[in-house]
Design a binder for this molecule. Structure first.
Ligand code: FA5
Length: 344
C-alpha cells in the first residue's frame, strides 16, 4: 500500500470514528466506541501493526499519519466524555433536591476504656494519699517473681499462679505486680510508699479470668508500720472508690510474701450489704489481697526486719471495673467492640 492510499484510508477511518464518538449518548456507549476504535482489535491498531512491513523511507510519514489519527480519536472521545459528564451534572443540579437543613452524619466519638478509667481513678486516689507511681518489667526472672517473694522452690504456692514461661524457662511473664516491690526495695532505701500498676499474665481463662489482666500493687515500708496502717489505708481507698458508706472486712488468707495475710472484702455496692445476685447473697465482695510484708522478703532485699516493717496489697483492675460497671464477662473488656465501649 502506498502512502497516499494509507493517508486516505486512515483519514476516512478517523472521520468515521470521530462521528461515532460524537454520537455516543451515554458513558457506556463512549466506552464501547473507545474499545472499537482504539482497542487491540480495532482497524487503527491493525494498521499500526502493519507499519513494520513498510519500506524504511515510508515509515516516519506513515507513523505520523497513524499517530495523528489516534490523537484525533482520543480527543474526540475525551471531549464527548466531558460533555456527557457536564450534561449529567447539569441534569442532577436541575432535578435533584439538596436539603441543606438536613443534619450531618455524626462523627464517631472515642471513649476512655473502662480499664483505663479505673486505673486513672486508683492512681489519683493513691497519689492523693502520698504514694508514688512506679512500673516494673513484664518479663521477669523466677527470682523476682517468686524466689525473693518467699515462694520456695517446689513449694505448692507456685501452682497458685499458672505461669507462662519464655526463653526455654529462663524468663517468665510476671504473674503479679508484686515483683515491683523487690525492684523498688533493691533500688532505694525506705521509707517507701509506692503503687505499681501494670499488666500481668497467667494461664487462666473463663468469664471472670483472662490470661492477660491488670493489677495495681501497693506497698509501704518504714519504721513501725503495723496492720492498723494497712487497714486504715485500705479503708480510705475504698471510701474514695465506692463512697464513704462502704465497709471493709478482712479475712485471714495466705500469700507467701505477706504474714499475716488477708483477703479484703467490701460491702456489696449493688445491694448495700443486704444480699443480691452479684454478691451471691453474702453482702460482701472480695476486691484485693493484702498483708504485712514477710520478714523473709525484707531479708531478700537486704533490709533488717527488726528495723523495717511494711504492708502490701494487690488488686485486679478488671475485677474492680466489672463490679463498678456491672460487667459480667471479662472478655468484653478485651474485645474493643465499639457498641460495648460506647456505654461508658
Ligand atoms: C496476687 O496476685 C497477689 N500478688 C496480691 C497481693 C499483693 C497480696 C500484695 C498481698 C500483698 P491474687 O492471685 O489473689 O493475688 O490476685 C489478685 C487479684 O487479681 C485477684 O483478686 C483478682 O481480682 C485478680 N486476678 C487474678 N487472676 C486473674 C485473672 N486470670 N483474670 C483477671 N483477674 C485476675
Amino acid at each position: 500500500m502506498n502512502l497516499q492510499t494509507l493517508e486516505e484510508d486512515v483519514k476516512a477511518l478517523a472521520e468515521e470514528g470521530v462521528r461515532q464518538a460524537r454520537a455516543a449518548d451515554c458513558a457506556e456507549a463512549v466506552e464501547r466506541v473507545r474499545v472499537a476504535l482504539l482497542g487491540r482489535k480495532s482497524a487503527l491498531t491493525s494498521r499500526m501493526k502493519e507499519l513494520g512491513a513498510l519500506p524504511a523511507a515510508d515509515k516516519p510519514r506513515a507513523g505520523a499519519i497513524l499517530n495523528a489519527a489516534r490523537k484525533a480519536l482520543e480527543d474526540a472521545i475525551a471531549a464527548r466524555e466531558a460533555e456527557l459528564t457536564a450534561q449529567a451534572m447539569g441534569h442532577a443540579l436541575q432535578t435533584e433536591i439538596f436539603d441543606m437543613t438536613l443534619p450531618g452524619r455524626p462523627m464517631g466519638q472515642g471513649r476512655y476504656h473502662p480499664i483505663g478509667m479505673v486505673l486513672d481513678e486508683l492512681i489519683e486516689i493513691f497519689t492523693g494519699l502520698g504514694f508514688a507511681v512506679e512500673e516494673g518489667p513484664e518479663v521477669e526472672t523466677d527470682a523476682y517473681n517468686f524466689q525473693m517473694l518467699n515462694f520456695p522452690d517446689e513449694h505448692p504456692a507456685r501452682d497458685m499462679q499458672d505461669t507462662f514461661y519464655v526463653q526455654n524457662g529462663a524468663r517468665l511473664l510476671r504473674t503479679h505486680t508484686s515483683p515491683v516491690q523487690i525492684h523498688a526495695m533493691l533500688r532505694r532505701a525506705p521509707p517507701l510508699s509506692i503503687i505499681a500498676p501494670g499488666r500481668v499474665f497467667r494461664c487462666d481463662s473463663d468469664v471472670t479470668h483472662s490470661p492477660v489482666f491488670h493489677q495495681v500493687e501497693g506497698f509501704h515500708v518504714d519504721r513501725n508500720v503495723n496492720f492498723g496502717h494497712l487497714k486504715g489505708t485500705l479503708e480510705l481507698f475504698v471510701h474514695r472508690l465506692y463512697g464513704p458508706k462502704t465497709k471493709i472486712r478482712l479475712r485471714p488468707s495466705f500469700f507467701p510474701f505477706t504474714e499475716p495475710s488477708a483477703e479484703v472484702d467490701v460491702s456489696c455496692m449493688f445491694c448495700g450489704g443486704a444480699g443480691c445476685r452479684v454478691c451471691k447473697n453474702s453482702g460482701w465482695l472480695e476486691i484485693l489481697g493484702a498483708g504485712m510484708i514477710d520478714p523473709n522478703v525484707l531479708k531478700s532485699v537486704n533490709l533488717d526486719p527488726e528495723r523495717w516493717t511494711g504492708f502490701a496489697f494487690g488488686c485486679g483492675i478488671e475485677r474492680i471495673a466489672m463490679l463498678k460497671y456491672g460487667i459480667d464477662d471479662i472478655r468484653l473488656l478485651f474485645e474493643n467492640d465499639p457498641r460495648f465501649l460506647e456505654r461508658f
